[in-house]
Design a protein around this ligand. Structure first.
Ligand SMILES: N[C@@H](CCC(=O)N[C@@H](CS)C(=O)NCC(=O)O)C(=O)O
Length: 234
């Protein structure tokens, strides 16, 4: 494995995987990316026990960490002295990390799959970005969308009573208000919470039709572009 610090078992389109990627890129840490077959997640990460989801992080010394936020914290702890997780206001940090992992998470699926049109275009785009078997990718592209659209997205939209784009605007308003005069949640530099929110947004950015619904939030995009400038994308 050479000088790589670990392996990220991942899906190219998984929002949680993008959180971890945002951190690895930001810290410029050399790592191996293992893209798994989305229809064989459980089998591909069975070495991590019952978890059965992406991302899974395997450190070069063999330590295995699951779940995106704990993975981010552990990478920061081992390779960055915990500098990105540290905060002089832990209550604020914990509150907003929780906000990202509940509110932003719950808004991500509906924006990708919230209408028939966006569901179809996202599943086709997922099929393009993931390593399915030869034919299963095509089958997923056409059969996956009514499932994602019907079951998951509708249920989540109902919970807030807002349309997917409206919900994202509402969340970005809250986020920008919290950041206030600063460049980032972390002040002059991004904090792990910035990287988490950035990761969720990057997972949407790869589906242009869905991202269009967010792109017209001016201040949100200013922050997003500031993040892009500090976190080189690998
Ligand atoms: N809380 C977890 C969620 C991980 C997750 O749900 N990953 C999805 C892919 S985006 C998955 O592997 N789902 C498979 C399943 O739940 O069986 C995290 O933040 O890492």
């Amino acid at each position: 494995m050479g000088h790589e610090i670990g392996s990220l078992y991942m899906l190219n389109t998984c929002p949680f995987t993008w959180k971890v990627r945002a951190l690895l890129n930001h810290l410029n840490l050399p790592h191996e990316k293992i893209q798994i077959n989305p229809l064989k997640i459980k089998k591909s990460v069975s070495f991590a026990g019952d978890w059965g989801k992406t991302p899974v992080w395997k450190m070069s010394d063999g330590e295995i960490v699951v779940d995106s936020t704990p993975i981010m914290k552990r990478i920061d702890e081992v390779h960055n002295n915990g500098n990105l997780w540290r905060s002089d206001n832990q209550e604020r940090r914990d509150k907003w990390m929780e906000w990202a992992d509940t509110k932003v998470k719950d808004a991500t699926i509906p924006i990708l799959y919230g209408s028939i049109g966006s569901a179809l275009s996202t599943t086709r785009s997922v099929a393009k970005h993931e390593r399915f078997g030869l034919f299963t990718g095509r089958i997923y592209a056409w059969l996956g969308f009514p499932i994602m659209w019907g079951i998951i997205a509708k249920k989540r939209t109902k919970k807030t009573g807002m349309q997917p784009g409206e919900l994202w605007h509402h969340l970005l308003n809250e986020w920008i208000e919290e950041i206030g005069e600063n460049a980032f949640f972390g002040g002059n530099e991004p904090h792990i919470v910035d990287l988490a929110v950035f990761g969720y947004m990057q997972s949407i950015e790869m589906h242009p039709k869905a991202f269009r619904l967010i792109e017209n939030h001016e201040n949100g995009m200013l922050w997003f572009n500031r993040m892009k400038n500090v976190a080189a994308i690998q």
